[in-house]
Design a protein around this ligand. Structure first.
Ligand code: NAP
Length: 280
């Protein structure tokens, strides 16, 4: 049997229609969902990511406020800007684009974002709250993956989930989200021994390493659910070698068109949820 394709691209497009409708309803009640994006410096990749987020907002009828700060901005100046946006009732979500220039204390600035406006799920408080199953927005890439799994009714409870990668925005929150859905979770990283053998045990495998095709298709157990969070535009592949995956896996995310499109969608969805709280 051929594996289920977890099509994040078409799912994001379906979700966009719903978000647009709900945004219109909120606007008719006097609330325009608003995301403030903060870009510090001139990194071209970061500028492109921020533009994509702003244009998705606008396409769906939301407002986006673009804050662009000079490369030489200090930690204190950035903190002041974040406090200003925290205190602005018309702003429902704040996104600080990573990475900021290296002289800035990025962690301190992330953590200055109010929990209620942390729609990108980057604060320590947000991570801790999510882990403890208290209200918080999840980090967008893993939260987007959970929305894909939920939409396709992929069973998680009791499964052995192996997350390869432990970054603050992806691997760690991914592991906690799967744990909260009663998976038995193993987290692997660059010092893990026998990675191949651990991957072979995975009922649910998440590749989040940032190395093209690091995880080989012949490491994957037959019938596994395979989630590839990586994307390497030059090599046109993710972190998992998906060769022959259709006849091997139970379900898999393609690259491109799997995890990627759901990340921005989740950011915008969480901004909508934050705005909706004002009428609930
Ligand atoms: P990251 O911060 O560089 O973290 C990579 C993780 O992989 C680290 O925990 C590292 O371990 C681990 N790792 C590296 N080499 C390894 C190896 N040989 N064996 C086992 N583990 C290894 O990357 P990230 O930000 O989490 O991103 C991971 C991937 O997801 C990238 O391909 C990125 O492009 C993609 N991504 C996609 C989206 C999206 O919107 N679709 C968003 C974010 C990221 P250590 O901790 O030991 O160093």
């Amino acid at each position: 049997m051929s594996a289920i394709i977890l099509n994040g691209k078409s799912l994001a497009s379906d979700f966009e229609s719903e978000i647009k409708k709900e945004t219109e309803q909120l606007i008719s009640r006097g609330i325009t969902p608003t995301l403030a994006t903060i870009l510090v410096g001139l990194d071209p990749a970061s500028a492109t990511y921020v533009k994509m987020k702003q244009s998705t907002c606008q396409r769906l009828g939301m407002k986006s406020i673009a804050v662009e700060l000079d490369e030489k901005t200090t930690t204190n100046e950035l903190l002041n800007k974040i406090h200003e946006l925290n205190n602005d009732d018309s702003v429902h979500g704040i996104l600080l684009q990573h990475p900021v220039p290296s002289h800035i204390d990025e962690r301190k600035c992330f953590d200055a974002i109010e929990l209620d406006k942390d729609v990108d799920g980057v604060t320590c408080l947000g991570f801790g709250s999510m882990t403890m199953q208290e209200p918080a927005y999840g980090s967008c890439t893993p939260a987007g993956i959970m929305r894909i799994l939920e939409h396709y009714d992929i069973p998680i409870e009791g499964k052995h989930a192996v997350v390869v990668g432990r970054s603050p925005i992806l691997g760690k929150p991914m592991a906690m989200m799967l744990l909260n859905k009663n998976a038995t979770v193993t987290i692997c990283h660059s010092r893990t021994k026998n990675l191949q053998a651990i991957v072979k045990e995975a009922d649910i495998l998440v590749g989040a390493v940032g190395v093209p095709k690091l995880i080989k298709s012949d490491w994957i157990k037959s019938g596994a659910i395979v989630i590839d969070a990586g994307y390497h535009p030059q090599e046109k592949c993710g972190d998992i070698d998906l060769e022959g995956i259709e006849s091997l896996a139970y379900a898999f995310t393609p690259v491109p068109g799997g995890v990627g499109p759901m990340t921005i969608n989740t950011l915008i969805y969480q901004t909508l949820l934050s705005a909706k709280k004002l009428v609930e």
